[in-house]
Design a protein around this ligand. Structure first.
Ligand code: ZN
Length: 446
């Protein structure tokens, strides 16, 4: 076999069915995605606002990380690094954010009595790194550095599972340019990259003007998935279509800055990504400088760009799933294909079982599916039961190899396309073509 096939019987997936009464009790803190993820053994609660990420969800997380890595490195030309999780509180004092953010900072004290912050964001850290080697020649810019790491926030009221937890996986990119014009070019490039990334994920999103708030700087945009559990109020200009986070407009009940209209429609969104032009707020305070062509020193212009990876996945599930069945974006589903072979001891077991083996062998050879195929080998369970569970967990493509595959003249395979909620029956070769087509988002042949 070319690819590595995975067996469901070997996957650690402890499900937890929450009684309906408990959901009602915690309605303001529980979301559909949290309930579904617990129910399907994707997460488990560890404490207030902390979660175990279980193996199936871990696969999804790794796929999201790989997608983000690709976009950052190929489109933005950014380099990946790792900044320390423990940050000296002195750095945050220098930038002026220590007192402003104090209540939400997770802190610890080392044996020498020194206060360390568990990083929620790393502007101070990266700027200190650049300052330590300053002044840097103008030839080194633009400089674009990012990391993907666990971030911490001491939430007053953690809720909605992975969407507002005390620790979460986040991509944070920091950019350095020699002037504001260049910083704005970088900003456009990264916003364009975010658009491409969100199109690959495929969940509808809105881009809105954001408030610069605690981060500081001059320009900010946020990317939201629309959802009723979203905690951001978004205002959509009914004339020109520009959208704003309510925070931007509410100060003096401002009109739309593009068309001066005052009529907005309201939506609620889950923020999954943001972009900021920070200008010189951090570089000035912490001394990140460069030398221009004439050898004169200047202060660097910065930007920062975040994507909440765990939140992106939870929000996708929140938006796309039904009350009972998870629906994943194809690109980040834990497995793309789940094959269900016949039940042990059934009439069709011998013939259909052989076809299931043959199918698995061939599916694993489809480019891009090498390690993305799961077989539900819990063959003592009926096909119906396993099919129901596969629909709940939401594998985008489920193939049933049952009685129809045991037909003497014309063996057939049932294909459940969960992305389109369709079901068709096809022969062996056509089944392989159809799986390939769905996985590569190709249009149906007429
Ligand atoms: Zn407008």
């Amino acid at each position: 076999m070319i690819g590595k096939m995975h067996r469901l019987s070997k996957i650690f997936q402890p499900s937890l069915v929450i009684p309906k009464s408990a959901v009602i009790k915690n309605q303001d803190t529980t979301s559909k995605s949290q309930r579904l993820m617990l129910d399907q053994g994707l997460i488990r609660q560890a404490g207030n606002g902390t979660f175990y990420i279980l193996p199936l969800l871990q696969r999804s997380l790794q796929k999201a990380v790989a997608l983000v890595d690709f976009q950052m490195q190929q489109h933005v030309g950014a380099e990946k690094l790792t900044l320390p999780t423990l940050i000296s509180s002195n750095l945050w004092r220098k930038s002026g954010r220590l007192e402003l953010a104090d209540a939400e900072l997770m802190k610890t004290i080392d044996r020498h009595g020194k206060t360390l912050i568990l990083g929620p964001t790393h502007e101070e850290s990266i700027t200190t790194l650049i300052a330590a080697i300053s002044p840097v020649s103008y030839r080194q810019f633009p400089l674009r550095l990012y990391q993907i790491s666990t971030k911490f926030r001491d939430e007053m009221k953690p809720r909605f599972g992975l969407m507002r937890a005390k620790e979460f996986l986040m991509k944070d990119l920091y950019t350095f340019d020699i002037d504001l014009k260049e910083a704005h070019k970088t900003y456009e490039l990264i916003n364009d990259t975010y658009r491409q990334l969100l199109e690959v994920i495929g969940v509808p999103y809105v881009k809105v003007r954001g408030d610069t708030g605690l981060m500081g700087g001059s320009t900010s945009h946020e990317y939201h998935f629309l959802s009723e559990v979203g905690e951001d109020q978004l205002m959509h200009c009914s004339t020109c279509g520009l959208s704003y986070n309510l925070e931007v407009l509410s100060e003096q009940k401002k009109p739309c800055e593009r068309c001066n209209n005052k009529n907005f429609s309201k939506q609620t969104g889950i923020e999954v990504a943001h972009a900021f032009i920070l200008e010189d707020k951090y570089s000035k305070a912490l001394g990140a400088r460069f030398l221009d062509q004439t050898g004169k020193p200047g202060v660097l212009q910065m930007g920062c760009y975040g994507i909440g990876i765990t939140r992106l996945i939870a929000a996708s599930i929140e938006v796309q799933s039904s009350e009972t069945d998870i629906r994943w974006p194809l690109a980040i589903a834990p497995f793309k294909v789940c094959v269900i072979p016949p039940k042990e001891g059934s009439k069709e077991e011998t013939v259909a079982g052989a076809w299931a083996e043959k199918l698995l062998h061939e599916v694993c050879k489809i480019p891009g599916l090498e390690s993305d195929v799961l077989v539900d080998d819990r063959n003592s369970m009926t096909i119906g039961r396993r099919l129901m569970e596969a629909k709940k967990t939401g594998y985008p493509i489920v193939i049933v190899v049952g009685t129809k595959a045991a037909s003497e003249s014309n063996e057939l395979f049932e294909i459940y396309n969960q992305l389109q909620e369709t079901q068709i029956v096809l022969g062996f070769n056509e089944t392989l073509l159809e799986i390939d087509r769905i996985c590569h988002n190709r249009k149906k042949m007429k």
